[in-house]
Design a protein around this ligand. Structure first.
Ligand code: SAH
Ligand code: DHB
Ligand code: MG
Length: 250
């Protein structure tokens, strides 16, 4: 059996280069090259927006979760350039709907132009199609702070999947609002819950880290959900997803 002193453990620690190479290796078998996703990343970068979207492997995971749920309605908190929105919206059947919430007008605009979604203004009055075809009938970006827009979302039809990926300090309230939207059997996924291990470091107490700890407390105290965190080391560094299965939803 391998012990910490056996040769199996004597290799040098892995680092970012290994994780990136590993993601690319696996992706080369599992993920076909995708023009629209590449375009979204390039267009987002060209506008000076940081490259903090999910990785390709994580995007594919979100797509597969949505398909496994037969998702017809998806809510995303934090659009950025809509890279993750594209992955998830592609899992929707005709008539399905993804609503993505974004506070930055610049991000929302780029999302709509690069990703081919429809942007709805803050009051949801004027709907402006900023894009080509693709997902414009299925994906919408709702502009404004998610703490304001999310509570206004209708609980009917119930939501199958919520992806929380915005300001980490508000993860607690986003989870609470998501609970009022998601059906029994639905799923809430929260990105960036590991943050290089800093969430578990008692010396770190920044607002984002505190927000993730608050979420952990809430999930622990909620008898209607079961959850697990999966650490992810890949091209986007060392972080993690929390997968929350809603056993008793709306
Ligand atoms: N889900 C995206 C990445 C989102 S990055 C992807 O994987 O492709 C986080 C986004 O959350 C940023 O665009 C940021 O502007 C947005 N954001 C930050 N605070 C917010 C808030 N209070 N309400 C809505 N969006 C917010
Ligand atoms: C940041 C935000 C994210 O959603 C992410 O996946 C990585 C980084 C950030 O705000 O730095
Ligand atoms: Mg994220």
């Amino acid at each position: 059996m391998a012990t910490p002193h056996s040769p199996r453990f004597s290799r040098p620690a892995t680092g970012q280069a290994d994780w990136t190479r590993s993601d690319r290796y696996h992706n080369s078998f599992l993920l076909p090259h995708d023009e629209a996703l590449d375009f979204a990343l390039k267009n987002t970068a060209a506008h000076g927006i940081p490259a903090i979207s999910v990785s390709a492997a994580e995007g594919a995971f979100l797509n597969l979760v949505a398909k496994g749920l037969n998702a017809k309605r998806i809510v995303e908190v934090g659009t950025l350039g809509a890279y993750s929105s594209i992955w998830m919206a592609r899992a929707l059947p005709d008539g399905g709907e993804l609503t993505s919430l974004e506070v930055s007008p610049k991000h929302a605009k780029v999302a709509c132009s690069s990703v081919l979604v429809t942007m709805t203004d803050h009051d949801q009055v004027s709907e402006e199609n900023l894009a080509h075809a693709g997902l414009s009938s299925k994906a919408k970006v709702l502009l404004g702070p998610a703490l304001e827009t999310m509570p206004k979302l209708s609980p009917t039809p119930p939501v199958d999947l919520v992806f929380i990926d915005a300001d980490k300090e508000n993860n607690g309230p986003y989870f609470q609002i998501a609970r009022k939207l998601v059906r029994t059997g639905g799923v809430i996924i929260v990105d960036n819950v590991v943050r290089n291990g800093r969430v578990a470091d008692p010396d770190v107490n920044s607002p984002d880290i505190l927000g993730i700890r608050k979420l952990l407390e809430m999930v622990k105290n909620d008898p209607g959900v079961e959850a697990t965190t999966i650490g992810t080391a890949g091209e986007k560094g060392y972080d993690g997803f929390m997968y929350i299965s809603v056993r008793k939803g709306i």
